[in-house]
Every structure is written in structure tokens, then in C-alpha cells.
Design a binder for this molecule. Sequence first.
Ligand SMILES: [Zn+2]
Length: 74
Amino acid sequence: MKYKVDDIVTLKKGHPCGENSWKILRTGLDIKLECQGCNRVVWLSRVDFEKRIRRIKTNEGKFISIIHYEPEEN
Ligand SMILES: [Zn+2]
């Protein structure tokens, strides 16, 4: 999958605070995510994260399905 640090994503389930958008702070074997509602930080294993990720925010500010996401080349 084509996500990277600083991307904003939504997951299958939102945070208990009611928000469901997360900023990716770190990638690797574990993924570090910051809730954009309350700024709480959580860690997910990459396997879990890739099961739960649903949508990703594009450069235009729209959320689209991760399946259809094609990041622009730099
Ligand atoms: Zn939260």
C-alpha cells in the first residue's frame, strides 16, 4: 500500500473520542498514528493497520478508498 508519513487516513473503526481521521507519524513494522480529534497517539502493527485502513486524504483534501489511491510522483 502507498501510504507514508504525514498522510491522513481513516480506519475501519474510529477513535473512542468520536473522530476517525488519523495522521501517520511513523511507518515500519509498527505504525504510529495520531488521532486528529484529540491528538492521542496509538501504535498498530503494520498487519493490523493494513487490515483497518479504509480511506486516505488526497492532495485535493478528499478522502478516497486506499484501494484506488495513486500518489503523485515527486
Ligand atoms: Zn481521539
